[in-house]
Design a protein around this ligand. Structure first.
Ligand SMILES: *Cc1c(COP(=O)(O)O)cnc(C)c1O
Length: 356
């Protein structure tokens, strides 16, 4: 079997050295030693300040909205994972969709400004498959219309644009460290805030509303990352260069074999690639379905990701034609560190040649 994604497991001995420290300290959660170390290491890895680690990416989105005071209507992308929209609804915010660009698969900036009305307080664009959005265009529209911008950067671990981290864009950027992502802490997530004061507010929110003096105040919930999550995060971070290198090789192998036969995502020319996903777009949904069936019968599990377009499930019955079109035709191919070159060739052969 060849799976779409396979969680990265660091060497067990290495993970144990971190877990030994948890046993030595007998400190399992609440701003522990490993959490602090991981926060520092990620902060320097990305080159950002104001980073807050939390228990998962969905909570990271919710906390970012609250800390920035989003309410009313927020504009977001229909071509994403469900959590981008459902986290808004969960916070009592009304999601309104803005369609995507047919080549970059990110929010179409030309449509963003038209969608703003008197209820709009913010935007949640998605760096789809780690491809940086038009952050300058979005920033200009946000400033003009006094909108807060929270980027769903769940796919964008390690991505840089114009020589700085993509996580510097907007008022906040949110990462997911779920097991199936490029980098993970089993379950986990992070928020990078532009403003240190907003970070302080969010720190209280994830710990029942307690401030740094341990006084209660303001709304709170429990979204803390625990020490075992941080241990996994530290061990995976130790291997991140190797993980990225291998993914890059796989990604380029796919690209060279498939670029003339399928539509591939157009990447932002100023951004780097983290090789998190390899999406291919078919001519039509029938072609996708028949190829997917063939792949499955040969033990290759690819993923219709994202499918369906979120406007078919959530929101006010808006119809987002571009998102629906791409969602109906896109398939993400297997990419993970221990996928072999031979396996990549098998997948490409199945995509390119009919076997009957
Ligand atoms: C994975 C993902 C999320 C949710 O993150 P979790 O850590 O699984 O809660 C949100 N948005 C996008 C685009 C994702 O891919």
């Amino acid at each position: 079997m060849i799976l779409t994604g396979k969680p990265y497991l660091p060497e067990r001995k290495k993970l144990e050295t971190y877990i030994d420290r948890i046993y030595d300290q007998c400190w399992l959660t609440n701003d522990g030693f490993l959490l602090r170390e991981l926060t520092d290491r990620l902060s320097s890895y990305f080159g950002v300040s104001n980073i807050l680690l939390v228990t998962n990416g969905t909570f990271a989105l919710q906390i970012a909205y609250r800390a920035l005071g989003l309410d009313g209507t927020v504009l977001t992308s229909p071509f994403s994972f469900a959590a981008t929209t459902t986290s808004l609804e969960w916070e009592g915010i009304h999601p309104k969709y803005v369609d995507i660009d047919s080549e970059t698969f990110c929010m179409d900036t030309r449509l963003l400004e038209k969608a703003i009305d008197s209820e709009t307080t913010g935007a949640v664009p998605v760096h789809v498959y780690g491809n940086p959005c038009d952050i300058e265009g979005i920033q200009a529209i946000a400033e003009k219309n006094r909108l807060k911008v929270v980027y769903d950067a769940a796919h964008a671990f390690g991505v840089r644009i114009d020589d700085r981290s993509i996580l510097c864009a907007g008022d906040a950027s949110v990462l997911s460290f779920h097991a199936t992502k490029l980098y993970h802490t089993i379950e986990g997530g992070a928020i990078v805030f532009r403003d240190a004061q907003v970070l302080e507010r969010a720190k209280g929110m994830i710990n029942f509303g307690m401030n740094s003096e341990k006084n209660l105040g303001g709304p709170g919930t429990n979204a803390k990352m625990n020490e075992f999550q941080a241990a996994m995060g530290l061990a995976v971070l130790d291997d991140i260069d190797l993980i990225m290198e291998r993914r890059s090789e796989i990604w380029h192998r796919y690209e060279s074999r498939l670029k003339d036969s399928f539509q591939l995502q157009r990447r932002n020319p100023n951004g780097t690639n983290n090789y998190a996903y390899f999406p291919v777009v078919f001519q039509d949904e029938e072609a996708l379905l028949s190829t997917d069936k063939k792949l499955t019968s040969h033990g290759v599990i690819s993923r219709r990701y994202f499918h369906p377009s979120l406007d078919t499930v959530y929101g006010d019955n808006q119809i987002m034609p571009v998102s629906r079109s791409i969602a109906g035709r896109v398939l993400c191919l297997p990419v993970y560190a221990d996928l072999t070159d031979g396996q990549v060739e098998v997948v490409c052969d199945l995509l390119l040649f009919s076997d009957d």
